[in-house]
Design a protein around this ligand. Sequence first.
Ligand SMILES: Cc1cc2nc3c(=O)[nH]c(=O)nc-3n(C[C@H](O)[C@H](O)[C@H](O)COP(=O)(O)OP(=O)(O)OC[C@H]3O[C@@H](n4cnc5c(N)ncnc54)[C@H](O)[C@@H]3O)c2cc1C
Length: 295
Amino acid sequence: MFYSNSKLIIPETFNELHSYMLKKPNCMFFAGGTYIMNNKTYLKDEEQSIVDITHIREFSEITRNIRYVDVGSTVTANKLLEIGKLAFNDLLLDTLHNTSTHIVRNLITVGGAVCTPKIRYSLPGTLAMMNTVVEVVDLTQTKLMPKLIPIDKLYNSKGELMLERGVLLKKIRISLENYDFEKFSYVGDPIRTPESTVIISFRANIEQTVLNKVNMSITFPTCGLYLSETMALELNGAQLPISISRVKAISEKITEGVTQEMDGISPIQKERCKRLIQSILFEIEPDQHSIEATE
Ligand SMILES: Cc1cc2nc3c(=O)[nH]c(=O)nc-3n(C[C@H](O)[C@H](O)[C@H](O)COP(=O)(O)OP(=O)(O)OC[C@H]3O[C@@H](n4cnc5c(N)ncnc54)[C@H](O)[C@@H]3O)c2cc1C
């Protein structure tokens, strides 16, 4: 039924996939199917083949060294959560925990979550915070030239995916750098009410009473992904705890900056963005251990 107009191809090796893509460059990749199957019009008029990439073993591999973890594109959100307990920080683990239900997380793949064409959910924002790079390869070319690019460069200013048809995300490389304060927060429901949802991933280092290396991404699912440099400029070197008036001023400045730079942010998203930033900043406390150690 679902595949009524389309031909389903299930390659077992990367070479098989490549040979097929050279003949039919207009194919659509199918991973967990949670996005494709939820989109009633997605395959309707397309007389194209669908390539299920989940049977290619190397795409489900995970390898790690001391600095980063390489995660194949068909690794599921649950698998990442499982191995992540040993390696990843709270920011990524919280993001994954807050991604739908256990059953859906068993289907959602890393590649699919990063490559949804028009809408941005939570995972790309958190991965961008973690200096994640992705390996992409154009399978429509005879000579394969894999490229490593920062994850946020996959999207335009509206958050739309800029990968051409036939370009496959092979793996993502997640840096294992640790931060002192990390927070994943969201308001709304990214699937049911994406127009009013706001998702923030935040991290920073704390040296005694001083905040530094501040980084934040704000995701408005239907408008895009925003990486805030204003936040870093405003907060690097700030003394903790940050006063109420400063928190309010910073949250307003960032929210104004975002709404000027991005189109389509609704009034409710604007208000929610401001409040989320405030609640995160109020949570950051001086590092008592290092203060006591130097006393
Ligand atoms: C109930 C529900 C809740 C969700 N909650 C969250 C959430 O909290 N956070 C979040 O981040 N996401 C969330 N999602 C969205 C989910 O990340 C997307 O549905 C995503 O597309 C899932 O990956 P998939 O493997 O199922 O993708 P598929 O549906 O198989 O594919 C999605 C798109 O990506 C393309 N694609 C897949 N793999 C590749 C690849 N390797 N290279 C290039 N293109 C590829 C496909 O062609 C298609 O266009 C949720 C989804 C559902 C249904």
